[in-house]
Ligand binder design. Structure first.
Ligand code: SAH
Length: 359
């Protein structure tokens, strides 16, 4: 933890950071630092979680939305140093799903009650704009009442426009870290925070519901980095925010780094719900990997989305972003059933709805 002593002055009107967050739904950078310095204060964490859950209740009731995640390719031209499917990992066993395989996932998912599909993958040039447009059109024609979310990395404005015109509704592109030096530490020189942010602003301009986000406890992350993340989220105002603990992958340079803290992730989920009250906030698979009840705890901290896996079981283990990823053995139906129970165990209900941003 850094010394935050100098940071109290900025808005010194008697209200502390937690009160400002709860009452005004905003935090300056120095207030973010002040709050993050108190992450071990269990009473504060419980207070923020209670406030976060009551806000979620106000806008979304007890509903938890599901997104059927279709991990359709693990080929990637990028080399994000933390990621198991980065280009340079020669041990990764690569696969691609055909259009028909993707459509089968949707068909099965629809029967199970999914009304949002997420196409996620590495940055795989095999899927040209034309091929992606064809896949997007087929999904939107086949299941017109469903939302389609893409999560396939950085593209040009023109490509994002084409995908939007083909019918894509949402786009998930975690910014990974809003701190310049930290971004450089996690990625090779060709990948820049500036380009990442530009993509997010382009997606917003094109009318996508946009998801940003970051890993908690990624190597080199400091409280300053997290403060930058919280400031950036307030500036971008995304409709979705995906956060989960960093988990090491054995074939990366960060293989021996510690995993991110579950407690800090939960704390940040509550803070993000309070900063962006209507945000769609997943209790992520990484959180469920780091803690057997991680996703339930995420819901109790203010999350309202879960993203079970709809990928063919034969490929699940190959989409190997980090070690020990959960839910790689079960059929999609089992995953949904299991999650429905988990969600119910914390007083929420897994619903069959698109779950659009309510703004
Ligand atoms: N190519 C897409 C999808 C990336 S994978 C894109 O660029 O958006 C989805 C997310 O998994 C990443 O955004 C990253 O935040 C997360 N991730 C990757 N490696 C991880 C690790 N070792 N631990 C935890 N999360 C990881």
């Amino acid at each position: 933890m850094q010394d935050v002593g100098e940071c109290y002055s900025e808005e010194d009107d008697g209200m502390d950071a937690a009160e400002r967050l709860i009452n005004e739904h905003k935090l300056s950078r120095s207030e973010c630092m002040e709050l993050l310095a108190r992450v071990d204060d269990a009473a504060l964490a419980a207070k923020l979680a209670a406030e976060a859950v009551s806000l979620r209740w106000k806008y979304y009731g007890n509903k938890v939305y599901t997104r059927g995640l279709i991990e359709f390719t693990n080929y990637c031209k990028n080399d994000c140093y933390y990621c198991g499917i980065r280009h340079g990992n020669i041990n990764a066993v690569r696969y691609r799903l055909s259009r028909d395989e993707i459509l089968q996932c949707c068909e099965h998912g629809y029967e199970l009650g999914f009304r949002t599909f997420v196409l996620q993958g590495g940055e795989d040039p095999w899927y040209t704009d034309e091929r992606m447009e064809e896949i997007i059109r087929s999904i939107k024609t086949g299941w017109p009442d469903c939302a389609l979310m893409l999560s396939i990395g950085e593209k040009s404005y023109d490509t994002y426009r084409r995908f939007r015109e083909a019918g894509a509704d949402r786009y998930l592109l975690r910014h990974e870290t809003a701190n310049e030096a930290h971004y450089c530490y996690l990625h090779p020189a060709g990948q820049t925070l500036r380009a990442r942010k530009q993509c997010l602003y382009d997606l917003k301009a094109l009318g996508y519901q946009v998801g940003a986000g970051f890993m908690v406890g990624s190597p080199g992350q400091t409280v300053e980095c997290l403060a930058d993340d919280l400031v950036f989220l307030q500036e971008l105002r995304p409709e979705m925010v995906g956060i989960g603990p960093f988990i090491p992958h054995h074939d990366t340079r960060f293989a021996h780094e510690p995993a991110g803290s579950v407690a800090l992730t939960l704390f940040l989920l509550s803070v993000i719900r309070l900063l962006l009250p209507k945000v769609l906030l997943p209790a992520t698979t990484a959180l469920g990997t780091a803690d057997p009840r991680g996703r339930e705890k995420g819901l109790m901290a203010g999350a309202n989305v879960v993203m079970p896996n709809l990928s063919p079981v034969k490929n699940r283990k190959q989409y190997d972003l980090y070690d020990n990823k959960i839910c790689t053995g079960e059929e999609a139906a089992e995953c949904r059933g299991c999650l429905a129970q988990r969600v119910a165990s914390v007083g929420c209900e897994l619903v069959t709805e698109r779950g659009d941003f309510c703004g």
